[in-house]
Write a protein that binds this ligand. Structure first.
Ligand code: DHB
Ligand code: MG
Length: 224
């Protein structure tokens, strides 16, 4: 099947499973695009809802996100976080961060979301691990994934979850002919994970996905 058909297949599923009482999430996507943010980069609605359900079933209270973009995934997650919970999301691009703040406010979650602007590896390095996160979602520049994952391991609680977006990338990651810095970054992360799992620090699996975003997948890891 072509991507157009996979998009239809995904839309069909969503037509039964994803309904918003308000149109907040749809509005947020449109508002982000209206401000010039890339439309192919936010998570799909299905992945957003997966993160939402995961937070609910694990009783997650504290979430760390690397890569805010327009706040679409942050809002999917914030919807599931209890009122006394917190989501901290890191964004390099000041314009993206401003749009995200506006979107988060529009959705009514500004009290439980903090957007921190700046290079994530600096922000992460300066973050203390004494109040650990229950879940970390990494969805930023792929070349820095090994660094982000290393910090995520330090900042997530034992038994906590780290989700990493875009680890299949249309089949680029396993293709030795593709050697751009982002693809190489994901490959390095996988090599690190092999070592982490050998040392008994991390257990992980990749969930392949197909749909409107093409062929991709995300990694589901737990800190041991
Ligand atoms: C890109 C980044 C993403 O996080 C994503 O989900 C899809 C595409 C990109 O950089 O092209
Ligand atoms: Mg992504």
């Amino acid at each position: 099947s072509s991507i157009i058909e996979w998009t239809e297949a995904e839309k069909y599923q969503n037509s039964f499973l994803i309904h918003e009482e308000d149109n907040t999430l749809e509005f947020i996507l449109k508002n982000s695009i209206a401000h010039g943010l890339p439309s192919h980069m936010p998570v799909s609605a299905g992945e957003g809802k997966f993160l939402n359900l995961l937070i609910k079933c694990l009783g997650v209270k504290r979430v760390l996100e690397v890569g805010t973009l327009g706040g679409y995934s942050a809002i999917w997650m914030a919807k599931a976080i209890p009122e006394d919970g917190q989501l901290v999301t890191l964004e390099l691009n000041d314009t993206y961060a401003q749009v995200a703040k506006e979107n988060i406010k529009q959705a009514g979650f500004e009290a439980r979301c903090q957007v921190i602007v700046g290079p994530a590896h600096e922000t992460l390095t300066n973050m203390r691990s004494d109040i650990p996160f229950d879940l970390v979602f990494i969805d930023a520049d792929k070349k820095s994934y090994p660094k982000y994952f290393r910090e995520a391991k330090r900042l997530v609680k034992k038994g906590g979850v780290i989700i990493v977006d875009n680890v299949i990338r249309y089949g680029n990651v396993h293709d030795e002919a593709v050697n751009d810095e982002n693809t190489v970054g994901i490959r390095k992360l996988l090599a690190d994970l092999k070592e982490d799992s050998r040392k008994g620090e991390i257990e992980a699996t990749t969930i392949p996905t197909v749909g409107e975003k093409g062929f991709d997948g995300f990694l589901y890891a737990i800190r041991k």
